[in-house]
Design a protein around this ligand. Sequence first.
Ligand code: ADP
Ligand code: MG
Length: 288
Amino acid sequence: SVPLTFFGGIGGASRHGILIKGSNYMEALANASTVVFDKTGTLTQGVFKVAVVHSSGLTDDELLHLAAHVEANSTHPIATALREAHAIDDCGCSVSDVQEIAGEGVVARVGGRSIAVGNARLMKRMGTTPQACHEAGGTIIHVAIDGAYAGHVHIEDIVKPDSPQAIEDLHATGVRKTVMLTGDREDVARQVASELKIDEHHANLLPQDKVASVEALLGARSKGEALAFVGDGINDAPVLARADIGIAMGAMGSDAAIEAADVVLMDDKPSKIAVAIRIARRTLAIAR
Ligand code: ADP
Ligand code: MG
């Protein structure tokens, strides 16, 4: 039977905007020793601004036009940024055969040509090589037209103002290891991890690689310790389900994430994880 104090703990957490889906997660939260984060939308705002456009042959406007149309129906934050950089106008060009490849990007036919918009991995799949200048920071989204390299767009995401405190608080509560997983480039991952003082980071991961990373970390934890994964649900619902405690962002997160998660942070603030751990420990102490 579930001690009544557990309901008190769940109620207390909800007043902080932390939705805990069952009393069984109280114990896991209290014993969290490893906290694993997705980057985009979780530790960063996931609100990208287009910084620079480099195109070969096309004008910058033409490149952005193609990118925005290919991304017309994607819910990825990068797609939103590209649509904000160039409105979906009624250019009369037909968009068809849209294929979104998780962790890579989107391919579609626009006005009779095959357009690919995504990372270096996607360019390789299209049989072309990205020619990015790496001086500018941020995420780089490449464009290929009919398998030929056409240019790239630099887009910049920023760390949430709440993220540094979130990591500091976790270490202060005694969480032994913080980890960041991302499908983004190593350069970007290293910069964010060092800014936030995250113990370990892994970049260039596909959704299935994130599951494998979490499984390795699950295997490394000691008896009685729990692993929490925190994500926004875009491409990471399987990882949310695999962790001892799946924590989703409630405001920006996808419905799939909220569904797959055990704990939902209604205001998307990662600092609420340490708050949840402290409430869980207090609740367990009272129950014993
Ligand atoms: P993260 O691990 O940072 O949350 P994702 O796994 O969602 O990121 O995506 C990893 C990478 O795949 C992105 O950094 C981007 O390069 C590429 N990508 C994914 N979806 C898209 C898309 N809709 N358009 C362009 N690029 C994308
Ligand atoms: Mg993500």
